[in-house]
Design a protein around this ligand. Sequence first.
Ligand code: FAD
Length: 693
Amino acid sequence: IEYDTADIVILAAIFAATIAYFTKGTLWAKQKDIFTDISLANGAARAAKTRDPVKKMAETDRNAIFFYGSQTGTAEDYASRLAKEGHARFGLKTLVADIEDYDFENLDTFPSDHLAFFLLATYGEGEPTDNAVEFYEFLSGDEPQFSEGGSAADEPLQNLKYVTFGLGNNTYEHYNAMVRKVDGYLTKLGAKRLGPAGEGDDGAGTMEEDFLAWKEEMWQVVCKEMGLEEREAIYEPIFKINEDETLTPDSENVYLGEPNKHHLEGKGKPPYNSHNPYIAPISKSLELFTVKDRNCLHMEIDISGSGLNYTTGDHIAIWPTNSGKETDRLLNVLGLGDKRHTVIQVTALDSTSKVPFPSPTTYDAVIRYHVEINGLVSRQFVASLAPFAPTDAAKAELTRLGGDKEAFSEEVSSRYLNIAQVLEKLAPGHKWTSIPFSLIIEGLTHIQPRYYSISSSSQVQKDNVAITAVVESIRLPGSKHVLKGVTTNYLLALKQKQHGDPNPDPHGLTYDINGPRNKYDGIHVPVHIRHSNFKLPSDPEKPIIMIGPGTGVAPFRGFVQERAAQAAAGKKVGKTLLFFGCRNSEEDFLYKSEWPEYAAKLGDSFKLITAFSREGPKKVYVQHRLLEHADEVNELLKAGAYIYVCGDAAHMARDVNATFGKIISEKRGLTEAQGEELVKRMRSSNKYQEDVW
Ligand code: FAD
């Protein structure tokens, strides 16, 4: 039987009303995602969701569920890629699942001929991602309560077969802690893992290759255990794209980049959160320094009247827009340049997939606002494009690059090419018109907001959130190509517009600064706030030691601003020691003129210690300065000082950690191991906090 959309909407509405009647709406209680709203508004009917994964699989006739715990979208991307592959190559009936949409009490009823995949990123200090917090709390609780009442001793999950891969960063102390712990809990509860527990390392820059290597081995084990046979993979689109000639970009129900229905109908509606940005005015923008290819922005974002609030040490997320240059490049190479403003209806071909942006929309809006077009290209995605190449030579090249890790790294990743540049390079002068647009949507991750450590104090400027961001611009030696960071160059363009700067970007970047339907006009930017645990001690008299080189100083400007205001208001403020580092005191010394103002208020309690790496004969970094001040640092620690480290996760944070261990051991006559142990204890009691990226 074929139903048309109207039938489905009516059936779904009747079904939804029936469920609502019998459950008094309780089933909706946890649906915080306003996407549901949006889909219904667009006619993409979806029945009320169950939160029981076993039931959901039965209802949708699936035998493999792919849960993702994702913060920046990579784990989500891996989950959908694995699910697609599981279906295409091995005939699994797959379902991709945001882990926050499910409860896990019924995991003990998981059928033994089904499979659960867990793709889990570790966030911050070994923590679960925001969407995996509830799942993690359930599993790590003293005694998780399962529906059939089994206790850990009975191994209640003995029917559960699972596969797991973690996304981590080895520069953090708790490397891949989430996947390791979850794997431990599941095994303890009797579940059986198929294949190795994979671990991808963002710190080493090998995440994608770790994932590709792990999954081949994993599929072999899964095939053997589950009796699956590999078949020739044929591309099956997940989304149906219909060009709709009855609508134009001026039609009021067409999304031109608005993130949801409230933004289409007006300018958004609170509550504003990670699903629903606030279009905030930029109240102030300036360049803290500008030298050759490097510059750093200070911006203030006005959140008054939005219902958003922050406390000192929180993060703000900026929702970027792709540059006109890269949007044009991709649309043109796909042969969509001329019909960029054609209206398309995008629907999921399968009831369990959701379209990652609202529809109807246009090709231009999808590419400009919703997908990450400038980022690292996935080797698997490149290989999947081979059947759609415009020439035999391009097809052979895609197959070669897709199958050769080293060649791909040398010719694509390390040259910072984006997907459109790869396509241009492989078939000069040709358009890739055969690539189904669904494959583009599936193969590119949806664009992620970028986080910034707030560089103001909420006590001093409650409604004006400051950020301090270095504009990302990387020129490769011997190449004309310059990698321009998506968000920071967008912010730079906003700053230039605000000041009417005559110098547009030298690399030809332009932005749709006014946003869809001019809704961002007047220098606005979509944002939301993310609360963090990076917090000053509640007692201002406690001494603090802050280490923040480069933009790592951002939250410390907020900390010092706050303490200066407290001192000015007559409060007693403890020692406030800040180690700041940059290249040169004349070039990139952030907030150089502000520190004396804070010092005037804080008096002796404030001390700024600088490390200028390129001023002397030898390179000097913050950790060297820390060591030089070992006596003072040790005394402050004895007096109960808190340590805060912010900035580069790869090297600085680790070196600083080791330096503290060294100072403690040397000054207190302890062994190195004892010094390190004391630092570890400070971390676990929250007296050593990091905000690193
Ligand atoms: P992107 O476009 O995201 O590029 C970033 C990097 O990705 C590039 O440098 C490159 O290494 C890689 N890359 C991108 N495209 C490719 C490609 N095609 N091929 C290969 N590699 C590629 N930054 C600040 O300046 N100040 C802060 O206070 C701050 N606080 C942060 C706090 C947190 C909690 C986090 C997680 C990050 C923070 N950051 C901060 C970093 C910030 O979020 C952004 O990552 C940064 O500004 C770059 O964003 P972008 O969109 O301009 O660059």
